[in-house]
Design a protein around this ligand. Structure first.
Ligand code: NAP
Length: 491
């Protein structure tokens, strides 16, 4: 059993005064990294004075991805001053060659190396050379472009003896596991902060969403896999449900280059289950040992579960789509259901509606694609858009109206007379299509209900218990509002 890594919050600011102010605003951290290379007026004494937490003083040179543009002698003086003034740690780049500082202050040196392009071929030799210097902590950060790069770092962590301290980081989205599961990498600490281009996670997200301080060897790992992942609310929903249900589990974004990449990572970290999104919804079909009938009919799965050493796959999009209709008591048998679009979600919706006895018509701008989706469920292809009065239930399975282009609709504004309009888009919560339909007297359902429904079904399948009521919806709504405030739109 390894010990829980500490949490180090990285602070950057334009001036020393602001760096100090930010330092004092940190609410929960074991260590604070003060990035003196981010300020225009680096002043060691000022940033160290009055601190209440241990610090790492970093003054990264431009040649190592930092912001310091002065000479190497100036940099060395700043770092020496920090060590002499009692900074608990000072970060020195391995390639800087400040041997005098290492010799004099070795145990307080974080010897660091960064590769922003990938994993160097000689990583092990490099790590051994860094270990041999006697630095207190060896920090190696490499750009992770696939999940397997985390395994390279996991292997590397095994070279460090129990008395040696290391921080091994995969920079970028594919390396997020090295930050959240730092404990599995034997890390002395994990860095949190707002340096987004290296894939840092904010301290609040690490602590509140991923429950960083509770993660142990026993914590079950789940995740969302696809490529690329972009912004997703699934980690918010599942982590909130695990926390509320008191389940020792964490759910991570796991952007896998391909199915093999995910499987290799999942084996090494004992991943128990995953939500699956594009393009792996199809590529995993022939990788699982067990597959439910719905996935076969849809031609895509969206959930994986590890049963012993076998992967099972299922499709909860169908149940997630139907749930809001059931909740509203909608009778689907004999209902004239028109689907807009002929992509992945249209296939799941067509299977769902047909399985409940609806008369399915698929309308897409590409008539051939509409015909393929329709024929798979014994339905028809129709004109795009469908004629007024030709449907009882209209389901939008196109992205038209999604953030940021929220003022458009796949339907003309006067194309309704009655019926129920169900838009799969969940950002925004109320789309232009829904507004137009409501104005014309139709009932409407937004995509958040389905998003929550499919996630709740995944949670049940993985854990055998229901997600606590309302928790996933609240988490998703909160994150969507944050994304929209920052204009990072969720797709
Ligand atoms: P997809 O596989 O890419 O399919 C999109 C479909 O929309 C295709 O048929 C595409 O036609 C059509 N389309 C795209 N732009 C169009 C336009 N301007 N006019 C007319 N048709 C257009 O996407 P998907 O996975 O089915 O997702 C579709 C939407 O559903 C997305 O907004 C997604 O966020 C949402 N969704 C929500 C949930 C949920 O849980 N609420 C679940 C899944 C999906 P072409 O083939 O001709 O390009």
């Amino acid at each position: 059993m390894t010990t829980t890594p500490r949490l180090c919050v990285t602070i950057t600011a334009p001036t020393t005064a602001e760096l100090r102010r930010q330092r004092d605003l940190v609410a929960d951290a074991d260590l604070i990294e003060l990035r003196l290379d981010s300020v225009s007026d680096p002043d060691v004494d000022a940033v160290l004075e009055g601190r209440t937490r241990p610090v790492i003083v970093t003054c990264r040179a431009r040649w190592e991805g930092g912001g310091f543009s002065g000479s190497e002698d100036e940099r060395r003086s700043i770092l020496r001053r920090a060590l002499e003034r009692g900074a608990e740690f000072v970060d020195i780049e391995w390639r800087a060659g400040f041997a005098d500082l290492l010799a004099e202050f070795g145990p307080r040196v974080v010897l660091s190396s960064h590769d922003f392009t990938g994993v160097p071929a000689d990583l092990q030799a490099q790590a051994d050379a860094m270990r041999a210097t006697g630095a207190g902590v060896v920090k190696i950060a490499v750009k992770a472009t696939r999940l397997r790069d985390c395994l390279t770092l996991l292997d590397l962590s095994r070279r460090f003896g129990p008395a040696e301290r290391a921080v091994l980081i995969g920079m970028g989205d594919a390396g997020m596991a090295t930050r959240v599961l730092a404990q599995r990498f034997g890390a002395a600490w994990t860095y949190a902060g707002l340096v987004r281009d290296v894939g840092q996670i904010s301290a609040s997200r690490l602590l509140e969403q991923f429950r960083f301080r509770q993660i142990t060897d026993a914590t079950a790992v789940y995740g969302l896999t696809g490529f690329p992942l972009g912004h997703s609310v699934s980690p918010d929903m599942h982590n909130a449900a695990f926390a509320e249900a008191g389940i020792d589990a964490v759910y991570l974004p796991l952007p896998a280059a391909d199915a093999d990449d995910f499987v290799a990572f999942a084996r090494a970290f004992g991943v128990k289950g995953a939500s699956v999104t594009i393009p792996h919804k199809v590529s995993f079909l022939d990788r699982v040992q067990e597959l439910d009938d719905l996935s076969r009919r849809v031609g895509a799965l969206n959930t994986l579960r590890m049963d012993g050493d076998r992967w099972s796959g299922c499709n909860t999009d169908v149940a997630g789509f139907l749930q809001p209709l059931r909740d509203r008591g909608v009778t689907l048998r004999g209902c004239r259901a028109s689907i807009l679009g002929a992509g992945g979600s249209a296939r799941a919706v067509a299977v769902a509606l047909a399985s409940e006895g609806a008369r399915v018509t698929v309308h897409a701008r590409d008539a051939q694609k509409a015909a393929i989706v329709a024929s798979a469920v014994g339905g028809d292809a129709g004109p795009f858009p469908p004629a007024v009065g030709s449907w009882d239930l209209l389901v939008n399975c196109t992205p038209v109206g999604m953030q940021p282009r929220i003022d458009v609709s796949p339907m003309p504004p006067d194309a309704y007379d009655r019926g129920l309009v169900y838009d799969l888009i969940y950002n925004p919560a109320v789309t232009r299509l829904m507004r137009d339909a409501a104005t014309a007297g139709c009932d409407t359902i937004g995509g958040l209900d389905m998003l929550v429904g499919q996630a709740e079904a995944q949670f049940r399948w993985w854990t055998g218990v229901s997600a606590p009521t309302g928790v996933m919806r609240t988490a998703a709504t909160r994150r969507l509002a944050e994304f929209n405030a920052n204009e990072n739109h969720v797709v």
